[in-house]
Design a binder for this molecule. Structure first.
Ligand code: HEM
Length: 473
């Protein structure tokens, strides 16, 4: 107990530590409890100078919510702590889980795959999926409230299938092979391990039923992606010139771009291509689907703001063109402010973490090597730096008083520092197109006050019937 005592010159300790286990007990419980514990912890950090510490057994975990300190830490320590290893069997050298040395090299090579020129070639595919989504939602009109997330998950996965994997719109093999259910089960199993702290220890986890289930999910998903890569390899072998078509305005899936990298760089093996593709899917689909779901719930509870979004849509789409063009996207200024504000208050990834692999001096304290640092995105996005009415949904803060958003945490919902989200621009584009297609056709109503939240690696509204749709005449 002596060595667990708070020391002078070390960050404030979050209350509630128990002998030997420290704060580990606060991880136990269901996903709703996990979210409650997480918000309390992050807000404690905000209210105590943007930093606090907890103990998981003997291990120190700092929780940072100060904008400057968070960037310092994120740009000093690039390695991820052991909890990211929960998904290593599946994603290993993918950008999220790769060791810092591999990550630096691969991130540099992969950045161009997500540049604006490439993204512009995806607009047609995303429009097609978003129009299909809007037409599917028609079946919910007049039936009262429903759970929009399942529609948005299908939309997000179909969009990934087209743009990342290059599958034809008619090609249903991916989704019909049970991909959606299996990826949901796999991500759920990571949260289960997070909550059952004794399973953090590999020698216990390796003997558990959860490990056996996780292996089944992982193997199934790997098999599906491997089949897609192999099929594409055979196609390219048959038509030798496809990939060498370098014209920048021609659609080229992420898989094809990875194949080009494989030709140029020996270290892009078949397995590494799979790890990157599976990483893009796992990181892209739920974050995007949830951000759209949450924005719809928030807009359904703020009719005046929704009216303003609709007015902007009418102005931008004067000619009734059913597709949103790449030229239209920058004109959806108010909609982007709404989206960013919804993601500020309810970030899909409310916390990320780094391994503190050296002593890191911050403004008031030095973080000790060998510990873990949680970067509290939720707290950062409600830090006083955002102004007095930080808890209020106010899209105008992104427009009128731009200086109140012109600070280091501006993009924190997409991560912090250089190891931030590679798919940020892609995600924003997908979300804007989907929202535009939905909101042009339907008025949304909902009640944000009734929503309960849970933490399952991502922040989710607890499954339920949250929104109603009425057709716009
Ligand atoms: C609303 C949408 C999205 C949100 C909120 C989001 C959020 C984030 C956050 C917070 C991180 C940092 C993770 C960490 O440091 O541990 C991250 C990383 C990442 N995201 Fe996203 N993301 C979104 C969409 C996407 C999309 C569409 C892709 C598609 C490719 C993507 C791919 C990635 C990858 C590969 C990383 C790891 C980057 C690296 O370590 O270099 N994300 N994302």
């Amino acid at each position: 107990w002596w060595w667990l005592r708070p020391r002078p010159h070390s960050p404030p300790v979050y209350p509630g530590a128990l002998p030997l286990i420290g704060h580990a007990h606060s991880l136990i419980g269901d996903s709703k409890r996990l979210w409650e514990s997480n918000t309390k912890l992050q807000m404690y950090s905000v209210n105590n100078g943007g930093i606090c510490q907890i103990w998981l057994g003997p291990h120190t975990v700092y929780v940072l919510t100060d904008p400057e300190d968070s960037v310092t830490l994120a740009n000093t320590c690039y390695n991820k702590p052991y909890i990211y290893d929960f998904s290593k069997d599946y994603l290993k050298n993918g950008l999220v889980t790769a060791e810092a040395t591999v990550w630096k090299h691969h991130r540099k090579l992969l950045n161009p795959a997500f540049n604006q020129q490439v993204l512009n070639t995806y607009v047609t595919q995303i429009n097609a999926q978003a129009q299909y989504l809007a037409s599917q939602l028609a079946s919910e009109v007049g039936k009262g409230s429903f759970d929009a997330r399942k529609y948005l998950v299908n939309f997000a996965l179909s969009t990934v299938a087209r743009t990342s994997l290059g599958l034809d719109p008619q090609d249903e093999t991916w989704l019909s092979a049970g991909y959606t259910e299996t990826i949901e089960d796999l991500l759920g199993s990571y949260t289960e391990r997070l909550r059952k702290v004794w399973l953090h220890l590999s020698f216990i986890f390796n003997w558990s039923a959860l490990k056996r289930k996780q292996d089944q999910f992982t193997n199934k998903l790997k098999k599906i992606t491997n089949q897609i890569i192999n099929k594409r390899k055979s196609e390219l072998k048959a038509k030798k010139n496809i990939i060498s078509d370098d014209s920048s305005d021609k659609f080229k899936s992420v898989l094809d771009q990875l194949m080009v990298l494989a030709e140029e760089h020996g270290d892009f093996t078949h397995e590494i291509i799979r790890e990157h593709l599976d990483t893009f899917t796992a990181t892209a689909y739920d974050t995007t689907a949830l951000a759209i779901t949450i924005t719809l719930i928030v807009l359904g509870s703020n009719q005046e703001i929704q009216d303003r979004v609709f007015k902007e849509l009418q102005e931008v789409f004067e000619d009734e063109n059913p597709d949103i063009t790449k030229e239209d996207l920058p004109n959806l200024v108010y909609m982007e402010a709404v989206l960013r504000e919804a993601m500020r208050l309810y970030p899909s990834s409310p916390l990320i973490a780094r391994k503190v692999d050296r002593d890191v001096p911050l403004k008031n304290y030095t973080l000790k090597a060998g510990s873990t640092c949680v970067l509290g995105i939720y707290g950062l996005l409600r830090h006083p730096v955002w102004g007095a009415n930080v808890d209020q949904f106010r899209p105008e803060r992104w427009l009128d008083d731009a200086e109140s958003t012109n600070h280091l945490s501006r993009n924190a919902s997409f991560g912090i520092g250089k190891r931030n989200c590679i798919g940020k621009a892609f995600g924003l584009m997908v979300m804007k197109i989907a929202l535009a297609q939905i909101l042009r056709r339907y008025r949304v109503t909902s009640n944000l006050k009734n929503v309960e939240w849970e933490y399952e690696i991502v922040l989710k509204p607890v499954k339920g019937h949250h929104i109603c749709l009425t057709p716009r005449s």
